[in-house]
Design a protein around this ligand. Structure first.
Ligand code: HXC
Length: 262
């Protein structure tokens, strides 16, 4: 297809397991992987959003997809989802950790459970999936991509829970790249900036502030889901075969201008 940036077969024969793969950024990544030859397993708490994404992948992207409902906070759920994927396809080559929780809340109003819930989804969920997939990834000598954010590079008001959670995700990326690089598993991350048409942005950014934020992005625009898809395709491809332990910031240079949300 003429508008393709990457060759159509860069992920041919690969099996990708994507958490939060029913919607948003990771839904886009799942579809991009499918259009470039990968077969998919997507997981999320809500089976309804998975069913819609499975249909899109199978009917529009021309690939195969299995949908497994599960909560990344629950290690047994995660083990089941990984086992079903390995059983169905015979291997797992790429894991994308995209499941994330988010809402705006001032630190002095946030409950301990609210803080812990986001840590559990983002940080513990990322560890759970990596841990459960390790044996399969070792066999195929493949890789993990963890989606984090730039919120914690400086400080982002109303986002203490997500900032702490995503800092933890970045730490997981670095630690595993060292420990598991030796097993042949590459571990990298992507830190998206403000990406339009996502649930995260709808929750975090009032439409009225969009112009103000846009002016503070050096590249002069919000990111698109496509920008993250392209970063993920690059990291997942053999073009990145010597890249390990990196979290690739995809934000148009925004975090260097100040906090992520205003
Ligand atoms: C304050 C809140 C809250 C809110 C939930 N809580 N929403 N506190 N303000 N708006 C608190 C609850 O009161 C409760 O604590 C605790 O969190 C758990 O809430 P539950 O509803 O029981 O939990 P659960 O249903 O398991 O999950 C809730 C959720 C989830 C984490 C809010 O529904 C969610 O995040 N959904 C959004 C998914 C999403 O948009 N993902 C994309 C993220 S984008 P108490 O003490 O009352 O028991 C992203 C990008 C960041 O991360 C980068 C941007 C630049």
């Amino acid at each position: 297809m003429a508008n393709r940036i990457f060759a159509e077969d860069i992920l041919q024969g690969k099996i990708a397991f994507v958490t939060g793969g029913g919607t948003g950024i990771t839904g886009g990544v799942a579809r991009a992987f499918a259009r470039h030859g990968a077969k998919l397993a997507i997981t999320s708490r809500k089976i309804e959003s998975l069913k819609a994404m499975k249909e899109l992948i199978e009917n529009e992207d021309g690939s195969e997809c299995i949908a497994v409902a599960g909560d990344v906070r629950d290690f047994t759920d995660v083990q089941n989802a990984i086992a079903r994927t390995a059983e169905h396809y015979g291997s797992i080559d790429i894991v994308v950790n995209g499941a994330a929780g988010n809402f705006l809340c001032a630190a002095n109003e946030l409950s301990a459970n609210g803080f812990g819930t986001v840590i559990d989804i983002d940080t513990k969920g990322t560890f759970n999936v990596c841990r459960a997939a390790c044996e399969d990834l070792k066999k195929s000598r493949c890789q993990i991509i963890n989606i984090s954010a730039t919120l914690h590079y400086l400080a982002t008001p109303m986002q203490i829970h997500v900032s702490a959670a995503k800092a933890g995700v970045d730490a997981i990326t670095r630690n595993l790249s060292v420990e598991w690089g030796r097993l042949g598993i590459r571990v990298n991350g992507i830190a998206p900036g403000p990406i339009e048409d996502t649930e995260g942005m709808k929750r975090l950014l009032p439409e009225a502030l969009k112009d103000k934020i846009t002016k503070r992005i050096p590249l002069g625009r919000f990111g698109k889901i496509k920008d993250i898809e392209n970063a993920a395709l690059f990291l997942a491809s053999d073009a990145a075969s010597y890249i390990n332990g990196v979290t690739l910031v995809v934000d148009g240079g925004q975090w260097l201008q100040g906090t992520s949300l205003g």
